[in-house]
Write a protein of this length. Structure first.
Length: 150
């Protein structure tokens, strides 16, 4: 007689483990390239061609086309940065923090162009620029930390 024990699948798994079956994740650079498509597709539905921003007693008139191109180029640059870092093990929370904060700020600036009247948003622009710069510092730290840990 053989003393081999036969286990079924349920006995092999302990109570604290969760089986993962070939779970694929979408790379972070794909989200940046998807953002380009969303910005360009949504720009087709805008009726007016300029954005009037008042900041520090100055009025800036920005053509909507330039805003779309700028946000698309920024998304392309960040997508390329993450694509080039795909072999490095970036810190997950730093990657998520940078991506979510940057996309939220770019989306907020993009949505300001849908306002019909010009309005004073000094504090919003200053806060947005500050948070945008903080997010970029987190990206640079993430890249340097991943290269240091190699």
């Amino acid at each position: 007689m053989k003393n081999k024990k036969t286990f079924n699948r349920q006995e092999q798994l302990s109570e604290n483990t969760i089986p993962i079956k070939n779970q694929t994740t979408i790379p972070i650079h794909s989200y940046w390239f998807f953002a380009i498509m969303v910005v360009i597709a949504s720009s087709m539905f805008v009726k007016h061609g300029t954005v009037d921003l008042q900041w520090n007693n100055s009025t800036y008139v920005i053509m909507f086309h330039y805003l779309v191109v700028t946000i698309s180029i920024l998304s392309l640059v960040f997508g390329f940065i993450y694509w080039s870092q795909r072999s490095n093990s970036l810190t997950k929370w730093m990657t998520n923090f940078h991506s979510l904060l940057t996309l939220a700020i770019m989306g907020t600036f993009y949505m300001t162009c849908f306002q019909e009247a010009s309005w004073n948003i000094d504090s919003v622009i200053a806060l947005g620029i500050g948070l945008f710069l903080i997010a970029q510092v987190v990206l640079i730290l993430n890249i340097f930390l991943s290269k240091k840990n190699k």
